[in-house]
Design a protein around this ligand. Structure first.
Ligand code: ADP
Ligand code: AMP
Length: 215
């Protein structure tokens, strides 16, 4: 099964993708994570995208579509893909069709996380992750069970994304509204879209997604 999780920054795509990976053995393909990894290792692509990412704008369609193709080629034929943060433009949606078809895959679901935009700034400015294993947390909505200790790996160091600030979030949301939301009708016309209430608590969002995948 291949699915897209669609929603603005902070909607909960990464949170839900991580749960699906744990529960269904699917593979999370997050272009944001791939780009951050490229930056960290100082690859030419990483260096090229740094300023654009820090400004909250979208990097080129070609770069992210190449990353997605490469990541799919590393997956087993029976593993399902969760596209998280991709596609973000109509051109990327078109590329994804071609990329999947070339690999004998197709899309099963596009799941839109519906969220109230006002809540997103709080979600994003409160977001932090374990510096060692990447587990996601939130200042208010998901604190580690033991203070300053990762629930999963026990590490004590956490980090915050430099683009998770109130100012950049506004640009990222504007990009979503202008370039990403318009791709929904493409998938709606193909009968692929299901909507979940992304403002519900994390477990309830997971339950809504599971129900769609089990349909
Ligand atoms: P995205 O991948 O869509 O940008 P994340 O999954 O990283 O979003 O979620 C953004 C922040 O909001 C994280 O800190 C996460 O812990 C928190 N979060 C995710 N889902 C919910 C939810 N349903 N209710 C409250 N907080 C949430
Ligand atoms: P994310 O982790 O999904 O919030 O993405 C962080 C940043 O990476 C975005 O603000 C963009 O600059 C860039 N990015 C991630 N995915 C894409 C994509 N599919 N298309 C263009 N830019 C992307």
């Amino acid at each position: 099964m291949n699915i897209i999780l669609l929603g603005p920054p902070g909607a909960g795509k990464g949170t839900q993708a991580t749960r699906l990976v744990a529960e269904r053995g699917m593979v999370q393909l997050s272009t944001g994570d791939m780009l951050r990894a490229a930056r960290k290792s100082g690859t030419p692509v990483g260096n090229r995208v740094a300023a654009v990412m820090d400004a909250g704008e979208l990097v080129s369609d070609e770069i992210v579509s190449d990353l997605i193709g490469e990541a799919l080629d590393l997956m087993g034929p029976n593993q399902g893909a969760i596209f998280d943060g991709y596609p973000r433009t109509a051109a990327q949606a078109e590329s994804l069709d071609a990329i999947l078809a070339a690999r004998g895959r197709s899309l099963d679901h596009v799941i839109e996380l519906e969220v109230d935009e006002d809540a997103l700034v709080d979600r994003i400015t409160g977001r932090f992750t374990c510096a060692q294993c990447g587990t996601g947390y939130h200042d208010r909505f998901k604190q580690p069970k033991v203070a300053d200790t990762c629930d999963v790996c026990g590490a004590h160091e956490f980090k915050r994304r430099p683009d998770d600030n109130a100012e950049t979030v506004r640009t990222r949301m504007a990009e979503y509204r202008a370039k990403t939301a318009p791709i929904l009708p493409i998938y709606e016309a193909r009968g692929l879209v299901s909507r979940v209430d992304g403002m519900a608590d994390m477990d309830s969002v997971s339950a809504q997604i599971e129900a769609i995948l089990d349909r």
